[in-house]
Design a protein around this ligand. Structure first.
Ligand SMILES: [Zn+2]
Length: 172
């Protein structure tokens, strides 16, 4: 297998403009036309991480950011620890909800490889020697998915949806 990521010439201008417009109120480093190399490197890392996700088979996950309560986007400790979206494959861009008085560092402003991404890669790539054939592996992966959705990735609302699906299946 082989894949390529094409990086067109003005992606750097694009991500600079996004970061400036969305975070300059919070991050003084975003208030100049030419960013420092360290910041540009982090911006390139953000975009390239997303693109590498595609090469590994991940699709866009536009739902992940909806799982983060809006008030958490201004909660310094929480957003710096967890990020503002559970997936780099979302189009969540930067945390533009943060306000200057929140004193949120760059790590609370940037998308990052998140819980959804690590779970999706594990789902797709982890070897399950206990599954002796494809049917057993599908059943195992379904169980892993249901357990994960109940407890983590999408929180309580998804648990209700799963319970409804399981109830509907029992009636069939
Ligand atoms: Zn994409």
């Amino acid at each position: 297998m082989e894949s390529h990521i094409n990086w067109y010439h003005n992606v750097m201008s694009l991500v600079r403009n996004w970061y400036m417009i969305q975070t300059a109120a919070v991050d003084p480093q975003a208030r100049k036309m030419e960013f420092d190399d360290e910041l540009m490197g982090q911006l390139i890392r953000f975009v390239s991480s997303h693109e590498v996700g595609h090469t590994l088979g991940l699709r866009h996950n536009f739902g992940s950011s909806s799982t983060v309560p809006t008030e958490k986007l201004r909660d310094k400790a929480w957003v710096e620890a967890n990020g503002h979206t559970p997936s780099i494959m979302d189009y969540a861009r930067f945390n533009y909800i943060a306000q200057p008085e929140d004193n949120i560092a760059q790590k609370g402003l940037f998308p990052r490889i998140g819980d959804y991404d690590t779970w999706a890669i594990e789902w797709g790539y982890r070897w399950h020697p206990e599954a002796k054939n494809a049917d057993q592996e599908v059943a195992l992966l379904n169980k892993i998915t249901i357990d994960k959705l109940k407890n983590h990735v999408y929180g309580g609302e998804m648990a209700k949806v799963i319970a409804m699906i399981q109830e509907a299946r029992r009636k069939i």
